[in-house]
Design a protein around this ligand. Structure first.
Ligand code: PHE
Length: 467
């Protein structure tokens, strides 16, 4: 029976290592860097509300589906779908979807590594004391200077990619556990310290209101971005959590573990937002600053408190580690696939894939400087406004990759995985893997996977197209 399969890539020593690895994957730049700036761009509380609903009703069922598919098949996503589809008497073509997901993961990694590189850069800048006593204008100008320099960005992007590739080349199972066991809890502590600091800024309640008061007119505006970000934040829709599920021990309770990871990830996003916005308001910065939000608000805070220099270094080290453990999970599905399919060594596969992602990532590097004027796909009016080269509005190269991956590919990938679990694998196989004792809870989980999540995804797409 399929539950007896073993993974050729090794397995986590226990369920706790899975929790650590999956949390390492989920908690990353998505929660600390991207979530706050998206909240700022899409109307504060309206975005947060839709995001939370998408996590609960769509992201979580997809996460359960991915993990259980991975654990049942114990292979890379594309092979997992193929094997399980054939076992259930369906077409092996299901694996194409997973393949598309694995490519999406590589595209995400291309820009993820650039931003991971910014955090590395900021560790050194903090350590130098570049932000001691800065004003809010100066932090903004500093960030502008950093991203205006393509060489500087390329250097850090390269370093970040190399650091991620080294772990993958040695095998994820061996490399991750030791580093994450200490670093993840420390990151939580640092975020709470930051939150404590925010409370002293005198703008804490303004930040809380910004995050939780919502204007119902803006609910629809952030619908697709919020759903896309729910996938991004939970690391689902591309096979990352699936491959980690494939390394999960057999008897371990899957549903409780997955729910725990999702809760932790959401908690980190909310704390990051609540820590950041009061600082943004206290410094007189704009919440809709965009991708630079974290890199201007936090250095401002660290630059103006006692021990800020040291805390700033520690904080950016932790952010870089959180980003690194997520980057690893973006690369792993395709590496595992190619190791299964070819006779090429893991180290070589890793090298070539990381190199390709690095190369595509140069497009993101240039988006902030020499290609700043190159705009595609004007986005305000909807999804399908094509090519406007040189226009003021619209998306740059980074924007295009982010848009295509987070708003289109992640939800489509998620749709495929829940439909696969809910309709192709069928109730008994899902029950067997999920090991939920209470029949009511199982019925609820299965209902979410079979109906709510797929319909939810389609409704959000439809709402976007007809807006
Ligand atoms: N979840 C990660 C983050 O929030 C990013 C990620 C997306 C990782 C998709 C794997 C797959 O930073």
């Amino acid at each position: 029976m399929s539950t007896d399969k073993v993974s050729v890539h090794g397995g986590w020593a226990s369920r706790w290592v899975f929790v650590l690895a999956a949390t390492g994957s989920a908690v990353g730049l998505g929660s600390i860097w991207k979530f706050p700036y998206m909240v700022g761009m899409y109307g504060g509380g309206a975005f947060v509300l839709v995001f939370l609903a998408c996590i609960a009703l769509i992201g979580l069922p997809v996460m359960l589906a991915e993990t259980l598919i991975g654990r049942r098949a114990r292979q890379s996503p594309a092979n997992a779908l193929k094997v399980l589809a054939l076992e259930a008497g369906h077409s092996a073509r299901w694996s194409w979807w997973a393949f598309a997901g694995m490519i999406t993961a590589l595209l995400i990694l291309s820009f993820y590594s650039v931003v991971g590189g910014w955090s590395l850069d900021y560790i050194i800048d903090m350590g130098h004391g570049d932000f001691q006593g800065v004003t809010s204008d100066q932090v903004g100008a500093y960030f502008g200077k950093v991203v205006a320099d393509p060489w500087r960005l390329t250097f850090w992007h390269t370093l970040f990619m190399v650091l991620s590739a080294v772990v993958i080349a040695r095998g994820v199972v061996a490399g991750l556990e030791r580093s994450l066991r200490i670093m993840m809890p420390l990151l939580f502590v640092m975020l709470l310290v930051l939150l404590g600091y925010s409370m002293t800024t005198g703008h804490f309640m303004q930040g809380v209101h910004f995050m939780f008061d919502f204007n119902s007119e803006r609910l629809l505006e952030g619908l697709l971005p919020a759903m896309g970000h729910a996938f991004f934040s939970l690391s689902v829709g591309v096979g990352s959590i699936m491959i980690y599920g494939a390394y999960m021990p057999k008897g371990a309770s899957l549903s409780g573990t997955v729910v725990g990871v999702a809760l932790l990830d959401t908690f980190v996003s909310l704390v990051a937002g609540m820590a950041l916005f009061p600082i943004v308001f206290a410094a007189g910065l704009s919440p809709s600053e965009g991708p630079g939000l974290m890199f201007v608000s936090l250095p401002f805070a660290f630059g103006n408190v006692a021990f800020g220099q040291l805390m700033g270094v520690v904080f950016f080290v932790l952010v870089a580690i959180a980003a690194w453990s997520s980057a690893i999970s973006l690369l792993e599905p395709m590496v595992a696939y190619l190791v299964e399919r070819t006779k090429v060594r893991r180290a070589w596969v890793t090298f070539w894939l990381a190199f390709s992602c690095w190369f595509v990532g140069l497009g993101t590097v240039f988006s902030f400087n020499i290609w700043q004027q190159a705009k595609f796909f004007v986005s305000e009016g909807g999804v399908f406004h094509l090519y406007r080269w040189g226009a003021i509005s619209g998306l740059d190269f980074f924007g295009v990759i982010d848009f295509f991956t987070s708003r289109i590919m992640l939800p489509l990938g998620g749709l495929c995985f829940v439909v696969f679990a809910g309709w192709v694998m069928g109730r008994e196989a899902v029950r067997d893997e999920l090991s939920i004792r209470s029949p009511v809870m199982f019925a609820l989980a299965f209902f979410l996977m079979r109906y709510i999540a797929p319909i939810g995804i389609l409704v959000v797409f439809a709402a976007q197209l007809w807006k």
